[in-house]
Design a protein around this ligand. Structure first.
Ligand code: IFM
Length: 444
């Protein structure tokens, strides 16, 4: 039987990613907490409640787990509504708590990648129109200045905004995130303001910390037409692709936000990234559907026979990670790339080991083209509150019982630990954790 190891470059970052509202608990002062109280907003009426109780101190044990598992980096976000509970006040104790967490990472030899916005907004901001109102740009810049001044001793790798495209699509197109609107015009306006906010944050961080590396995390979704020969499927796939993927990237490369349904000039956004964060989960197939104008005349789905997650929310489509990196390299030659999220919801862990192995393999292929991929952050360290899907989806390497706060290690935590410690993926690991794909991955 063939034996091999797919090694990664020295210094490669291996970590997991989390976000404040999903893990901290008791984030009572933001728009998501408010949203959770409204009937029908979250599946099965779930609430974030204590989440993973990181605000109560359980980050320590979870960071221990990550460090013992060989992870040398961790991505988390700071919660705007904690740091700035009202427009005119700062909570220094919240900043101190984040400093403690950052010291905790430093003590464990883990590099922090800190996101400044990950879906949740302070209530006071939401009440003033949130990201619909262009005043948000100055407000975000002020918050970023405060947070970066306070945390710069420990952090030099920043992510301004997580998945602005998902924030906009879910909040202003599908209506599943707050504020629950379905309005293309507002969607464009919010996206444009997020771009302006990102650009302002980029400059502010560099003014405070010239050596910082600043980027954002794009949810990148490759799309294939259901019938490649059928022009309407191709058109729907192209519209879907542009609508999801291109607004931020086009503005950062050319100063014009191109969304597929309109353009907005945002010259200040041009060139405002030192790396690109790519969140990749799966590739969708798109079929023309005249009855879906609200979805740009396309229905997106996973074809029959796909390797699906528990709720059918994700499919295991690892080649898409290679496609994503290839797209990034072609769009921004020479720009470092970090996989800021990748993972799958699966409570019993039957699919996650092969999902991880196959995605790491595709990343290794990309690295072997000498493409500048610098790290990989698995989503997520421990099960956490999955937005409008509540606790129905389990993305953690460690399982969590949110009632008792008891964690239980899933087998994929051990696989990922072996990968992190080896700085690579070996045939022995595949044989041990996901033998069902051994032949495919190591033929012969
Ligand atoms: O949990 C989310 C995260 O907040 C953003 N990216 C996708 C993850 C899985 O749904």
């Amino acid at each position: 039987m063939p034996e091999a190891t797919f090694h990664f470059p020295r210094g490669f970052l291996w970590g997991t990613a989390t976000a404040s509202h999903q893990v901290e608990g008791n984030n009572t002062n933001n728009n998501w907490w408010n949203w959770e109280q409204q009937p029908g907003r979250i599946q099965q009426g779930h609430r974030s409640a204590l989440a993973c109780d990181w605000w109560g101190g359980r980050w320590k044990d979870d960071f221990d787990r990550a460090a013992e598992a060989g992870q040398n980096a961790h991505r988390f976000s700071v919660e705007w509504s904690r740091i700035q509970p009202t427009p005119d006040t700062w909570d220094e104790s919240a900043l101190e708590q984040y400093r403690q967490m950052l010291r905790g990472l430093r003590d464990r030899n883990m590099l922090p990648l800190v996101s400044l916005h990950h879906f949740s907004d302070p209530l006071w901001l939401a009440e003033r129109g949130g990201w619909e109102n262009q005043e948000v740009v100055a407000k975000f810049e002020k918050f970023v200045r405060k947070a970066v001044e306070a945390l710069k001793e420990y952090v030099s790798l920043w992510c301004t905004i997580n998945e602005p495209n998902v924030y906009v699509l879910e909040g202003y197109v599908s209506g599943q995130f707050p504020p629950g609107k379905k309005n293309f015009k507002l969607a464009m306006q919010v996206m444009a303001n997020m771009l302006r906010g990102h650009a302002a944050a980029y400059r502010t961080i560099h003014a405070i910390q010239p050596e910082a590396r600043v980027g954002y995390a794009l949810h990148y979704r490759p799309v294939v037409p259901a019938r490649a020969w059928f022009p309407l499927d191709r058109m729907a796939a192209n519209l879907h692709y542009a609508g999801i993927n291109l607004a931020f990237p086009s503005a950062l490369s050319g100063g014009v936000m191109r969304s597929g349904i309109g353009n907005v000039s945002i010259p200040e956004a041009k060139g405002t990234q030192d790396y690109l964060g790519v969140n990749y989960y799966n590739t969708f197939t798109v079929k023309f559907d005249l009855l879906k104008p609200g979805e740009l005349f396309g229905s997106a789905y996973f074809p029959k026979g796909s390797d699906l997650s528990d709720n059918g929310f994700n499919a295991n489509t690892p080649e898409g990670l290679f496609t994503a990196v290839k797209w990034a390299v072609r769009t921004y030659p020479g720009l470092p790339i970090i996989i800021t999220e990748n993972g799958i919801e699966c409570a019993d862990d039957h699919i996650r080991p092969r999902y991880i192995a196959q995605h790491v393999r595709q990343l290794w292929r990309a690295v072997n083209f000498n493409w500048p991929v610098k790290g990989y952050f698995h989503w997520s360290l421990v099960d956490n509150f999955e937005w409008e899907r509540g606790w129905t989806q389990r993305f953690g390497l460690w399982a969590l019982d949110p009632e008792t706060q008891v964690r239980a290690k899933r087998p994929s935590a051990d696989l990922y630990a072996e990968i992190c410690k080896e700085n690579g993926l070996s045939s022995q690991m595949v044989r041990k954790y996901c033998p069902e794909i051994f032949e495919k991955m190591f033929p012969g």
